[in-house]
Design a protein around this ligand. Structure first.
Ligand code: FES
Ligand SMILES: [Fe+2]
Length: 434
């Protein structure tokens, strides 16, 4: 459980709130590069941490992000003209460069030189990994660029999408780092072979992950605090007593990496970033990549089957989920009776459905957390500690490059061997140290 006061602290992210200040100390994924593909192309509206913004790729290819509201009389710059290295408001022609400086003011007589005195809020951007990132914090505290290993992978080796989720960011994050719900919420496949009533195939017995999840309902969760957040293991027994460990990383404040495959040619990691649109809405970023030699297939790059595929699960224009609260996520109660736990198609659609059902901002005052909620408890504690750190003038965790080499992975560990000792070298890519 969490006090009402702590819940407020962790869930409110607007300008001037403590969590809002913390989040503004990180690079924030703002747009997919293809949303603003064209120099001098159409501006794009976005809302981040409760702020309405407009992005535009200017003539020289750089992306600007400015407040949506024109400082003259408040018209939206979304309707503006993106031309000759600046964005021009179509109400009275004022033009702004990507630093937010007004560079032309054709509606005022030249003699006033008023334009030199007018600025609009603007945020720096950094483009990597197919994503335009922005930084909304104090200019002198800009962190190291967001060079996660996935952002460094070639385009052929990664896929990234995003989807609008209709609830607060914290319950989305908590849903993501809660490993044990997989055994339940995501149980079953919509195929005739996967019949719940016979207790047959749940996750596909052809994979070790499937066998482990089928065999161990209650995972053991162990958290190891780190400089950037924590790494943690979801430990499940296999029938032969070996441990199947899903090794994860949580990187402050909203990124999770999960191991997916240790295929020799195509080892794979996937993950999410839960970025507040505002207090009651979250942009969930979904990515997967391989650090092997073989590229991902087109289906893998498109995140087919995850609940995060454009055109199937997500509207490409609005980034809204196509199966949502108002159409009841297209739940099929017959499928729920006979094939899958939820009757809802798409793993992450199931996540959205259940996380949104907790309310726009979950009330945590009366929850009853168990041992498998350890990662959630740790994340809250670390976020609260980071708020204190920030208040005391220190830099928060996760703004320096120590997360660049992190890799999540799954591994079968012999029965009596501690998982962290067995996996540490690969989780942190410490091979160079050996
Ligand atoms: S409101 Fe934008 S130029 Fe007047
Ligand atoms: Fe899930």
């Amino acid at each position: 459980m969490l006090s009402a006061e702590h819940n407020e602290l962790l869930t409110r992210v607007g300008a001037g709130t403590p969590m809002g200040a913390l989040m503004r100390r990180y690079w924030i994924p703002a747009l997919l590069g293809w949303e603003v593909a064209e120099p001098d192309g159409p501006p794009v509206e976005l809302r981040v941490l409760g702020e309405d913004l407009v992005a535009f790729r200017q003539t020289d290819g750089r992306v600007g992000i400015v407040a949506a509201r024109c400082p003259h009389r408040g018209a939206s710059l979304f309707w503006g003209r993106n031309e000759a290295c600046g964005l021009r408001c179509v109400y009275h022609g004022w033009k702004f460069d990507l630093t937010g400086q007004c560079v032309e003011m054709p509606s005022e007589p030249d003699a006033t030189n008023f334009q030199a005195k007018v600025r609009t809020p603007a945020y720096p951007t950094y483009e990597v990994g197919g994503v335009v990132w922005t930084y909304m914090g104090p200019p002198t505290r800009q962190p190291a660029p967001p060079l996660f290993e996935w952002t460094q992978a070639p385009e052929s080796h990664r896929g990234v999408t995003k989807v609008w989720q209709e609830c607060n960011w914290l319950q989305a994050l908590e849903g993501g780092i809660d490993t044990v719900h997989t055994n339940f919420l995501h149980f079953g496949k919509p195929a005739p072979a996967a019949r719940m009533d016979t207790g047959a195939v749940a996750f596909g017995a052809e994979t070790v992950r499937g066998r482990a999840v089928n065999f161990s309902k209650a995972a053991l969760v162990e958290v190891v605090p780190t400089a950037y957040g924590f790494t943690y293991g979801g430990i499940r027994r296999l029938p032969d007593a070996a441990q199947f460990v899903r090794g994860y990383h949580w990187i402050m404040p909203w990124t999770q990496l999960r191991g997916y495959s240790l295929d020799v040619e195509k080892p794979e990691v996937d993950g999410h970033m839960w970025v507040p649109i505002d207090d009651q809405n979250t942009m969930v970023w979904n990515f997967r990549y391989t650090y092997g030699t073989a590229p991902l297939t087109d289906d893998e790059r498109a995140l087919v089957g995850t609940g995060n595929q454009f055109g199937v699960d997500i509207d490409r224009e609005t980034f809204r989920a196509l199966r949502h609260k108002r159409n009841r996520y297209l739940i099929d109660r017959q499928v729920q009776k006979t094939q899958t736990y939820t009757g809802i198609v798409g793993v992450n659609t199931q996540d959205r459905a259940i996380q949104e059902s907790m309310g726009a901002i979950a009330d945590r005052r009366t929850e009853r957390l168990g041992s498998t909620d350890r990662a959630i408890i740790s994340a809250r504690q670390q976020l609260l500690a980071a708020l204190t750190q920030l208040e005391e003038g220190a830099d928060p965790p996760g703004v320096t490059p120590e997360y660049y080499r992190l890799r999540a992975l799954e591994q079968v560990v012999p029965p009596e061997v501690p998982w962290f000792a067995a996996m540490r070298t690969r989780l942190f890519q410490l091979e160079d140290e050996i």
